[in-house]
Design a binder for this molecule. Structure first.
Ligand SMILES: [Mn+2]
Length: 328
């Protein structure tokens, strides 16, 4: 029996035996996380279960179109340990935040469905496929193995997940199977237009102002092979942009002729967040791991509890060491 089939059978049995099923997002939830949760929400409802959708952070405006996001309950209102709790697109239990992690540890039985290479199989039942583009792609295969029929809403959730985690099907991880799954999502009635409008064509004016400000100060290193974008606390304040408005800046910095890798530094009150994106030969995880982070070859991230100036100096030294010296 295939790994997915065995997992799917166990999961189906656990769900059938449960009256109430919890699902939990991670901190700073993204499209793969919220889209996969939308699909799981629909699956559990279709199986006649009461679902508790645990909220441990705000939903970015781009993803508020997913109907299940309106059903989220604040984590502080959940007093009893959950019998069954399912996590999606979360590489480890710290991703749930401290309250979420405590809730996860107290749950009687936990499930982890994911695609991060660094996932350490932290739940009682785990399905991790590191080659998959997205958790949406993993979940599609799990549903197929469970014999679950996709509703249009579930298909829209999975489309959101796969589309956002592949950079609209641009990443190397995309395969023929990815597109065959997308074809099946169209057949199941996914609303592709609402995803495009909400996720790709709804930039707020505050976000646009922030992107313009940060990109106007873009720096280049290593003969233009590396671009470096920096968002300081005052950039956020001056533009009044929402906290997730930096999303998309690093991709714009990468999408420049001659650039192989873009690095984005976001100054926060007590730390600096780093994002890396590459096009074809630099491995982003190699850079992110220097700062204790991780991710995928073409997209990785990290955070440092240090000043922007110190992190910037480290980044510049790293680029010199790994690229400028190597290319000589
Ligand atoms: Mn993902």
């Amino acid at each position: 029996m295939s790994e997915i089939k065995a997992f799917a059978e166990q999961l189906k049995k656990k769900i059938e035996d449960a009256e109430v099923v919890g699902i939990i997002s991670h901190k700073s939830p993204d499209g793969d996380n919220l889209g996969s949760l939308e699909a799981m929400w629909g699956c559990l409802n279709g199986m006649g279960k009461k679902v508790i959708y645990v909220s441990n952070d705000d939903v970015p405006a781009d993803f508020a179109f997913l109907p299940s996001t309106k059903e989220r309950v604040d984590i502080s209102t959940i007093k009893e340990p959950l019998r069954l709790l399912i996590a999606l697109d979360s590489s480890d239990a710290h991703r749930f935040g401290s309250k979420g992690e405590a809730l996860f540890e107290k749950a009687a039985y936990t499930v982890n469905i994911d695609h991060h290479m660094s996932n350490d199989a932290y739940a009682d039942l785990n399905c991790v496929l590191p080659k998959a583009t997205s958790t949406g792609e993993v979940l599609f295969q799990v549903f197929e193995a469970m014999d679950i029929e996709l509703t249009p809403a579930m298909a829209t959730g999975l489309y959101t997940a796969i589309s956002t985690d592949t950079g609209s099907f641009q990443y190397d991880s995309v395969t023929g199977d990815t597109h065959r799954m997308i074809a099946a999502l169209y057949d199941a009635g996914c609303d592709h237009n609402i995803v495009v409008r909400s996720v790709y064509q709804s930039m707020s004016k505050g976000k646009l102002a922030l992107h313009a400000r940060v990109l106007s100060d873009l720096k280049f290193m290593a003969d233009g092979k590396v671009s470096l974008a920096i968002c300081r606390l005052e950039d956020m304040e001056r533009t009044g942009a929402p906290k997730d408005a930096t999303e998309g800046i690093v991709e714009k910095a990468r999408n420049i002729d001659g650039v192989e890798m873009a690095i984005f530094l976001k100054e926060k009150a007590e730390e600096v967040k780093l994002s890396f994106r590459s096009k074809s030969y630099l491995d982003c995880t190699e850079f992110a791991s220097v700062f204790g982070g991780g991710g995928h070859i073409r997209a990785a991230g990290a955070s440092q509890g240090d000043s922007l100036e110190n992190v910037l100096a480290k980044v510049e030294a790293l680029v010199r060491e790994k690229i400028e010296n190597r290319d000589r």
